[in-house]
Every structure is written in structure tokens, then in C-alpha cells.
Design a protein around this ligand. Structure first.
Ligand code: MRU
Length: 362
């Protein structure tokens, strides 16, 4: 496999090893996935998360499903359907399963030969993500440098929501890839990291990634961005996406929409970074049609962290008798998005521009 693949890799028996993201940043644990059911569970319980990595695990999940079914297409099809349904919003999951199953159906291979073919395809999906991430890094860093040139800035403040780095998509992510590239180019960059309640992917994962890369950052409570933008403390907002409709409406972690509104009100460029596999060209109107995952209310009512003695603990922050609701994502309308940063270049967030740039995929 190309790149560093820090979020997932193969062991010497070709099982899939993943970093258990539920315990970061406090503990670095891995989980070894040996069959379809374990892959499904890892996606559902968020051992792995982030649109790209979910797609990668789904791809390997189909290979593992093939291995456990002895390459029997009927059994494989049933397991692949379950993998496809493990989470509803990030379209990379469905995209990866469909691509793997097309290879399975189009091939004459059976048994071990089919398993090997699917292993190769799952690795190829990762390798492609790696190449896409590198292109997104370059196009995004060009934008950062251009804004700095236009505004005569010596340093750059960028705000991001959730985690769209290498824990979310191999090899350097989508929204974080341009930040890593800008740092390599010598830009003096500082990142405002939204904590991203309820699961805290920003506070737990993005901050961890950035500190490992020695990138200046500050974690902020989710409601802080508007104030920072109003006071000239943000030069650009960049997030990833879980599904982008043909009209440019973009689903991402809950709270992204509010950041986009605030950016618009303050004249701050708001970019979404994504690989082509995150487009859902069948969806014409993202706000109306993108399915939004509703997760357990416990994720709102309980928090996990370490106590002052360094022990991991889960504690309740809402009284038991109050109900909570946990929408995992929201959709930012295209009109609030300055542009989409893709591996093919920077694309306006509208049907015409998307249809032109991705004509061959529609
Ligand atoms: O619920 P999660 O952690 O899987 O949500 C992830 C996000 O919303 C990311 O921002 C998104 O996947 C973009 S990164 C490829």
C-alpha cells in the first residue's frame, strides 16, 4: 500500500489492523479486523470513522467477507449489503462496497482467486485516496498562499470542524491535507480546532494529529467560531465532507452549517475539501435529500475523558430524565460554500461546474 496509512494497515495474515479512534488521544490501541462482522461493528461503533476511512474499511470488509465465504458470490453479496448499511451518511461507504462488488461480479474468478482480486482492489482504493489527498493538499495550499498574498498576511489562521485528517482519509486527509502542505511550504499557520460535540472529533483527533505534526493550533468550544470570525481572527474555514450532492450542497459533521453561515456573514472564504468518491451525483438537492444519521442520545448525555489521575472515565452530563437527540451531520447549502477543493482542482459549488469537472463519473 502507498503512503503511510497510519489509520489502517494489513498484518502478515492480511487481516486489517485499524487504530481504535475511540480511545485517542489518551490511548493508542489497535483492533484487528478478520471478518465482515468485525468490520461492520468497527464502522458502527466508530472504532473507525471519517468518510474516507469508513470507505477503506468497507472495501477491506468486502474482501474479508469474501475470504470467510470461501469466495462464494451469494454469501458475499449478503455480507456486502450489511457492510453497505453500517452507517447512512458518508457515501464513500456505499461507493467502496459497490466498486468492490462490481469487481466481484464482473470477474470469472472464484474462491481464493476472487479473495485475492478483492484484496488488490481494496488496496487500490487506499492507494487512490492517497494520491487524491496529495492533490487536494496542493490545490488547497495554493489557495492559502493566494489569500495570504491578496491580504498581505505574514501568518494564517484557519478554522476547521470535526476531523478530516489522516484519521479520516488516507493519507493526509482532505481538510487537513492543505494545512500539512502549507506547513511544508513554510507558511506560518495556526489552526482553530472546533471541539465538535458530541463525540469531540476535533478536540480528540484533530488536535492530536496537529500536535504530532507540530502545527500550531488552539481547541475552541464549538460556539466560539462566530466570535473569532467577527474579530478578524479567521482567514479561511475549511472542512471535509461526508456526501456532496450534484448541486454542491455538502453534508459534514453537525455544526458545519453554522460555521458556514458565520463565515458568509463575515466575508470569510469557506471551503469544503473532498475526493470525487464523496460526491453523490444521484442526489440533485443535498439539503432535501442527503440522509442524516441519528446516533444514540448517550453520545450527547455522556462524555468520555481522563480524570486528574489519568484514568479513562465516562461520565453523565445531562440528567437522566431529559431526552436528547443526536443528529450526526448537517448540510451546508452550496450558496454558502466559496468552492470545493477536489483532486481534479478547485470547483465552484454548483450543478454546472460539478457536472463539467466530473462529467465522466456521472
Ligand atoms: O461521524 P464521523 O466522525 O465519521 O464524521 C466525520 C466527518 O464529518 C468528517 O468531517 C468527514 O468525514 C470529512 S473527512 C473525510
Amino acid at each position: 500500500m502507498q503512503g503511510k496509512y497510519k489509520a489502517l494497515w494489513l498484518d502478515n495474515q492480511n487481516n486489517l489492523v485499524v487504530l481504535d479512534q475511540r480511545f485517542l488521544p489518551f490511548e493508542e490501541k489497535t483492533v484487528t479486523l478478520t471478518n465482515a462482522q468485525e468490520s461492520i461493528e468497527a464502522i458502527k461503533n466508530m472504532t473507525v470513522r471519517g468518510a474516507g476511512v469508513i470507505g477503506n474499511v468497507a472495501g477491506f470488509g468486502v474482501y474479508l467477507a469474501c475470504r470467510e465465504s470461501g469466495g462464494e458470490l451469494k454469501k458475499l453479496t449478503l455480507l456486502a449489503k450489511q457492510i453497505r448499511e453500517s452507517r447512512p451518511t458518508a457515501v464513500n461507504l456505499m461507493w467502496a462496497v459497490d466498486r468492490m462488488m462490481k469487481v466481484a461480479r464482473d470477474s470469472n474468478a472464484k474462491g481464493k482467486a476472487l479473495t485475492e482480486l478483492l484484496l488488490k482492489e481494496a488496496i487500490e482504493i487506499c492507494d487512490e485516496d492517497c494520491r487524491r489527498s496529495q492533490k487536494i493538499a496542493e490545490y488547497g495550499a495554493d489557495i492559502i498562499e493566494e489569500i495570504m498574498r491578496q491580504k498581505g498576511l505574514e501568518s494564517f489562521n484557519i478554522l476547521t470542524h470535526c476531523n478530516a485528517g489522516w484519521l479520516a482519509i488516507v493519507d493526509e486527509g482532505t481538510a487537513l491535507a492543505p494545512i500539512y502542505e502549507a506547513k511544508r511550504r513554510g507558511v506560518d499557520i495556526h489552526v482553530w480546532v472546533d471541539e465538535t460535540r458530541p463525540r469531540n472529533q476535533g478536540a480528540n483527533l484533530t488536535a492530536w494529529e496537529l500536535s504530532k505534526a507540530d502545527i500550531k493550533h488552539t481547541v475552541i468550544a464549538d460556539n466560539t467560531g462566530g466570535h473569532l470570525m467577527q474579530n478578524g481572527m479567521v482567514d479561511m474555514v475549511i472542512t471535509g465532507a461526508d456526501r456532496v450532492a450534484r448541486n454542491g450542497d455538502s453534508a459534514n459533521k453537525i455544526g458545519t452549517y453554522l460555521k458556514a453561515l458565520s463565515a458568509k456573514d463575515n466575508g470569510i472564504p469557506f471551503y469544503i475539501a473532498l475526493p470525487a468518491s464523496t460526491f453523490d451525483f444521484e442526489i440533485l438537492d443535498g439539503v432535501k435529500e442527503i440522509p442524516i444519521e441519528i446516533r444514540s442520545e448517550d453520545e450527547v448525555k455522556y462524555m468520555r475523558g481522563i480524570n486528574r489521575d489519568g484514568e479513562l472515565e465516562e461520565f453523565q452530563i445531562v440528567q437522566s430524565k431529559s431526552p436528547a437527540i443526536n443528529y450526526g451531520f448537517d448540510v451546508t447549502p452550496a450558496r454558502l460554500i466559496t468552492a470545493l477543493i477536489t483532486e481534479r482542482g478547485v470547483c465552484e459549488a454548483n450543478t454546472e461546474a460539478i457536472s463539467e469537472m466530473f462529467e465522466d463519473l456521472i
